[in-house]
Design a protein around this ligand. Structure first.
Ligand code: ATP
Ligand code: MG
Length: 505
């Protein structure tokens, strides 16, 4: 293990040689993590490296089989999640679960309402929540209901909740995955505030640009073990990638020479009130067509309407010369369109079913004889995709819920690719996927396009858009603002179109 120069003072948290197995799966072999007050510490590693499992032993979700955990130099009691909270461990989940009918203030103090003279002291809770929001530098109204607030705001409320108790360590496991770039900026400023006030924050992200912008130190895990720990200022992205994957990663955007064919999909004057209006474009066989724009610009809404999840008000979608009915995903699928949704956990998987079944389910027709899905076929299809996408799993018959977050994403991707669609629509194809596999996903999309598949890609990552797309269709506030050929697409032009020129780069 490579260690940077020794830190001074007592660490607030020391996790040493932690091991944890699930049945035969060794999720953690020899994991260590040391945290100091006043630092943002990145926990890095490929999908399935053990990051979430390590953090869950701290959160009281799992109990370690071996190893030592010390908090502020004393013993840490491994009990349940409540015990962890009581000892000062706060976990901010990617998608927090607030009580929608309670106010933000009530959510902050839920379970331990402030009282005075035996009565709930509403005024004190409002003041308390307001003070916490101020301390975090955010403007949220403590008296508004939680229902309908953005995921970003929900996370902030969770952080305020953590601060309202004596929290020593704040754990954020991929908090930015569901946020827009503006919301990420705000979260970062909140996290910097926390650090400057002396909190220790653990931050997990697959986006190394975020890690380098925010974190002070980092720990890298591979295959359940900690392989390195150092100051961010003493390392580089390339070095971190090498440590994570244990090899050089080939080109991140391996774009192949496209072979553009005939128009396969025509979208004409598509409108849906309040979401988008007059969206028209053609996509050709062999083309990677990117929809760019800020989160909320209507990109995801457009592709949901094309696929039929939502019904559009007017306009038409034509595939290979045949008009598709609006609002009928089954008809779109039968006609040859596949959609890999953004929210893969909720829309993409049967969590309790096997990996093999999840991969093969959309190909049911191709694989089944007399409607009996042949298990062998199911497994062989799944095995092929598992190796292409470097899926980390114990057995293909295991339920998908046992996979790490990123590996679940790979299953969704496989499931749709396996149907060999005419048009593949992917929403944020590499979100939550580690750098090594990202390159594999890009390679695969590029290969599929070259073989004639039309790919429509929604991505918030500009490098991904610029690296992969043949054409870029930019949206702002539900409207088309410009289409760029590959040769014309550069960050400035896309951002100007996406923001209306209000933000300069
Ligand atoms: N409840 C469980 N039962 C069986 N195996 C599990 C369970 N939870 C995690 N694992 C396995 O432990 C390993 C580590 O998973 P973990 O979720 O910690 O990875 P991760 O580093 O967080 O990955 P990601 O970046 O994809 O979120 C994986 O191989 C996973 O399949
Ligand atoms: Mg994880």
């Amino acid at each position: 293990m490579v260690l940077s120069k020794p830190e001074t003072g007592t660490p607030v948290l020391e996790m040493a040689h932690v091991a944890k197995s699930f049945g035969g799966v060794r999720a953690l072999v020899d994991a260590s993590l040391t945290l100091y007050a006043g630092e943002v510490h990145a926990l890095l590693g490929e999908n399935g490296a053990g990051k979430s499992t390590l953090l869950k032993t701290l959160a009281g979700v799992h109990r370690a089989d071996a190893g030592e955990i010390r908090l502020n130099g004393g013993d840490f009691h491994q009990g349940n999640t409540r015990d962890s909270i009581d000892q000062g461990i706060a976990v901010i989940y990617q998608e927090p679960s607030l009580f929608p009918d309670l106010t933000l203030a009530e959510n902050v103090f839920v379970g331990r309402q402030l009282t005075s003279g035996g009565l709930v002291d509403w005024a004190a809770m409002e003041k308390g929540a307001q003070a916490l929001f101020d301390r975090l530098g955010v403007s949220l109204d403590p008296m508004s209901k939680a229902r309908g607030i953005s995921i970003a705001d929900q996370q902030i409320v969770e952080i305020a909740k953590a601060l309202s108790t004596d929290t020593t360590v704040i754990v954020m496991d991929e908090p930015t995955a569901a946020l827009s770039s503006k919301e990420v900026e705000r979260l970062f400023s909140v996290v910097r505030n926390l650090r400057d006030q002396g909190s220790a924050v653990v931050f997990v992200s697959h986006r190394l640009d975020e890690v380098f912008a925010l974190c002070d130190r980092m720990t890298v895990m591979r295959d359940g073990s900690t392989v390195a720990s150092s100051l961010i200022s003493e390392t580089s992205e390339a070095e971190v990638v090498r440590m994570m994957v244990g090899r050089e990663v080939s080109e991140l955007f391996p774009k192949l020479e496209p072979k553009i064919g005939e128009v396969v999909l025509e979208v004409k004057d598509l409108s849906l009130a309040g979401q988008f209006s007059n969206i028209s474009f053609d996509v050709r066989a062999g083309e990677i067509f990117a929809l760019a724009g800020l989160v909320g610009s209507g990109r995801s809404e457009v592709i949901r309407a094309i696929f039929g999840i939502d019904k559009y008000d007017s306009g038409s979608v034509t595939l290979l010369g045949r008009k598709l009915p609006a609002g009928k995903p089954s008809a779109s699928m039968a006609a040859g369109i596949a959609l890999v949704p953004e929210d893969r956990r909720q829309q993409g998987l049967f969590m309790a079913s096997s990996i093999a079944r999840n991969v093969a389910v959309t190909m049911l027709k191709k694989l089944s004889s007399w409607l009996v899905l042949r298990r062998k076929d199911e497994e062989s299809t799944a095995a092929k995709w598992a190796s292409t996408l470097q899926l980390k799993f114990a057995d293909l018959s295991d339920p998908v819920e046992r996979l790490s977050g990123g590996n679940q994403q790979k299953v969704v991707l496989s499931k749709w690719l396996a149907t060999e669609p005419t048009v593949l629509i992917v929403d944020e194809p590499t979100r939550g996927i580690d750098v090594g596999t990202k390159a594999e996903v890009h390679k695969l999309l590029s290969q599929k396009a070259q073989q004639g598949m039309a790919v429509i890609m929604v991505s918030s990552e500009l490098p991904e858009v610029l690296g992969m797309a043949d054409r870029v269709f930019v949206m702002r506030e539900g409207e088309h603002r410009g289409t760029l050929e590959r040769s014309e697409a550069d960050p400035e032009t896309i951002i100007t179109l996406a923001t209306g020129g209000v933000v300069s780069v």
